[in-house]
Ligand binder design. Structure first.
Ligand SMILES: [Zn+2]
Length: 122
């Protein structure tokens, strides 16, 4: 039987045996899978963190007791707001698109101004 030279995805040692084998043994397979899992867990954790931070920044812009606030793009960026992360968007009948981070949303206005709103239950 021809043997093909392959290397373990985890440790890089050469493997012999079945053609579909990717690891030299179970411990290499487990180590590799754990690493893959922790990579995606870290990614999820970082995005969740960014979303919560975005939400808290939006909340801080609305004066207490009010429903709306206004800010600029520069101020949002300075506070660490990351525009690429949002939980959902909402388009009004007039075509304005609000982007939400959980219960707080924003709408881009003229220039670099942003309107910040507290979401209502729908
Ligand atoms: Zn190995």
């Amino acid at each position: 039987m021809p043997t093909e030279q392959r290397t373990c995805l985890q440790c890089g040692n050469s493997i012999r045996g079945r053609v579909d084998k990717k690891f030299c043994d179970d411990s290499c397979r487990n180590a590799y899978n754990n690493q893959q899992n922790s990579t995606s867990n870290n990614l999820i954790r970082n995005i969740n963190h960014a979303l919560k931070k975005n939400r808290n920044i939006l909340e801080s812009i609305i004066p207490s007791g009010e429903e709306l606030g206004k800010t600029t793009k520069d101020k949002l960026l300075f506070q660490g707001f990351q525009f690429k992360y949002f939980t959902h968007s909402y388009e009004t009948k007039k075509g304005s698109q609000y982007m939400f981070c959980y219960d707080f949303g924003y709408l881009k206005l003229e220039g670099d101004w942003y309107l910040v709103v507290k979401g209502k239950e729908r």
